[in-house]
Write a protein that binds this ligand. Structure first.
Ligand code: FAD
Length: 455
């Protein structure tokens, strides 16, 4: 059996669903294929969905700042009818605690250029704004079983605060919202369907074959397979000209009770109240939640989950072994006691009121990590085969823009533009800024990077 489309997107995570929306919006007949039963059931479902602007490249900052405008106006972005339940954006602010290897200037020079508002807090200001936080400097992160972990602070630290940062309340719903919007523009979704072959002929992609033998013909195929992207590239026979490698990495995010005082008590600006557009904590809500705290000094990050809980993740401190996987399907889904204790004990060092429960609670997910922790949004050596991959645990926030970048790329290249020699530029709708897509090339010189999930 054979069917046809003008573009096939493999993967209906937040990146694939956004790509499908923008390709369909631009007039293409799009079919999306996903091995799971609905949108956002892959790594997107485990995402902490933090929206921060602290990237070490100007393209990274621009992408995150533009995307934040999309999250703030999510219903408009989607063209969703009133009444459709939507993911909400919680604008609680992000405090990036000081750390020498990622000094504030690495980010503020780009914030100044792009127009991202920020505040620089010294230790006294951090203590005044967030009284629940211990302002001690503990660098370098250490295993929690090491006595040195409990050594006294070597000094005090401040923070770089971006009041417009926050998180998306329900990442899986956000992907489903994008899929529903794509459907309104005519995109078709094939659920519980696996791509087992990329069909190619004479240096050009011809479509994909599905696990039941059906051939789906299309002149354009986009790999948005998340941590499975390397496997799909192998099926397509692409990768030889990539300078950037990819590996799946298992990660855990833990769920604990928020400590007393985390949400308030400090000095705040009027604008810092929670400002989700709709849904939980949404319009009219007086509820305030504490900020996202990114703490590379101790190797952890955390964000509120409702009023009562926190999500706690890790920033790949060198003292912790990383769980690289050959196959993303090998990832154990349940949180482990050792990782839980390590991450939550670090968070408790920063928030002394936090209790470390005996029983682990949380989720495990898989990052699609590139060598420089930056994504690849590009064409490949196989004409018609595109990639939106290598999202490295930090691209949920950029998904609304990524769909648009991919549409610019597909239309430019299919229209005859030599993107490899003269990289295309995308002009952002909200900020009016240009993003050079060469920054996301598969053949780039590895970019400046923190070597962590920060990008
Ligand atoms: C634990 C964790 C925390 C994170 N926290 C943040 C954060 O705070 N902020 C942030 O910005 N980002 C964060 N991220 C990163 C972000 O969530 C991901 O970059 C993003 O969700 C990736 O989306 P995706 O669509 O590329 O991948 P996925 O959501 O994994 O989707 C890929 C889809 O492809 C499908 N697929 C794969 N192979 C095939 C095939 N052969 N046939 C058919 N279907 C196939 C899968 O079924 C899957 O649904 C985090 C990620 C994790 C895992």
């Amino acid at each position: 059996m054979s069917t046809t489309a003008e573009a096939v997107v493999v993967g209906a995570g937040v990146i694939g669903a956004s790509t499908a929306l923008e390709l369909a919006r631009s007039g293409l007949r799009v079919t999306v294929v996903d091995r799971f039963g609905g949108a956002g059931n892959g790594s997107t479902s485990a995402s902490s969905a933090v929206v921060r602007f602290t990237y070490p490249t100007v393209e990274g900052v621009t992408a995150a700042w533009e995307s934040r405008h999309c999250w703030e106006a999510w219903r408009d972005h989607l063209g969703a009818p009133a009444g459709e339940p939507l993911a909400s954006y919680i604008r609680c602010g992000v405090a990036l605690l000081d750390v020498d290897f990622a000094p504030r200037a690495l980010f503020t020079r780009h914030f100044d250029a792009v127009g991202v508002p920020y505040e620089e807090w010294d230790a006294d200001e951090l203590a005044a704004r967030l009284p629940a936080v211990d302002t001690g400097r503990y660098w370098p992160p250490r295993p929690v079983d090491d006595d040195a972990f409990f050594a006294d602070a070597s000094g005090r630290l401040g923070a770089l605060h971006t009041p417009d940062g926050g998180f998306v309340g329900d990442p899986q719903l956000a992907a489903a919202n994008l899929a529903a919007a794509a459907r309104r523009h005519g995109a078709a979704f094939l659920w519980n369907t696996r791509v087992t072959e990329v069909v190619r002929k004479g240096g050009r992609v011809r479509g994909v074959r599905l696990h039941d033998g059906t051939e789906l013909s299309a002149p354009v195929v986009v790999n948005a397979a998340g941590p499975w992207s390397g496997r799909l590239n192998q099926l397509a026979g692409v990768g030889a000209d990539f300078t950037v490698g990819l590996r799946p990495l298992r990660q855990e995010v833990h769920h604990v009770a928020a400590p007393p005082g985390y949400h308030g008590g400090g000095r705040r600006d009027g604008a810092e109240a929670e400002a989700g557009a709709e849904g939980r904590g949404g319009a009219g809500s007086e509820t305030r939640v504490g900020p996202v705290i990114a703490d590379m000094d101790l190797g952890t990050y955390l964000r509120p989950e409702g009023r009562d809980f926190l999500l706690v993740g890790g920033t790949e401190p060198e003292c912790d072994p990383l769980e690289w996987l050959d196959d993303p399907d090998d990832a154990r889904p349940a949180p482990t006691a050792s990782r839980f204790r390590a991450q939550v004990t670090r968070a408790a060092r920063r928030l002394p009121g936090l209790r470390v429960p005996g029983r682990p609670r949380g989720v495990a997910g898989v990052y699609d990590v590139s060598d420089d922790w930056a994504p690849i949004y590009d064409r490949t050596g196989l004409d018609g085969f595109y990639v939106a991959i290598g999202t490295s645990g930090n691209q949920f926030k950029n998904a609304p823009l990524v769909g648009r970048l991919m549409a610019t790329l597909v239309h430019g290249v299919e229209g005859g533009h030599d993107h490899d020699s003269h990289p295309l530029t995308h002009t952002c709708e909200h900020t009016g800024r240009d993003i050079g897509l060469g920054a996301f090339s598969r053949r780039r010189r590895l970019s400046e990077t923190t070597g962590t999930v920060l990008g």
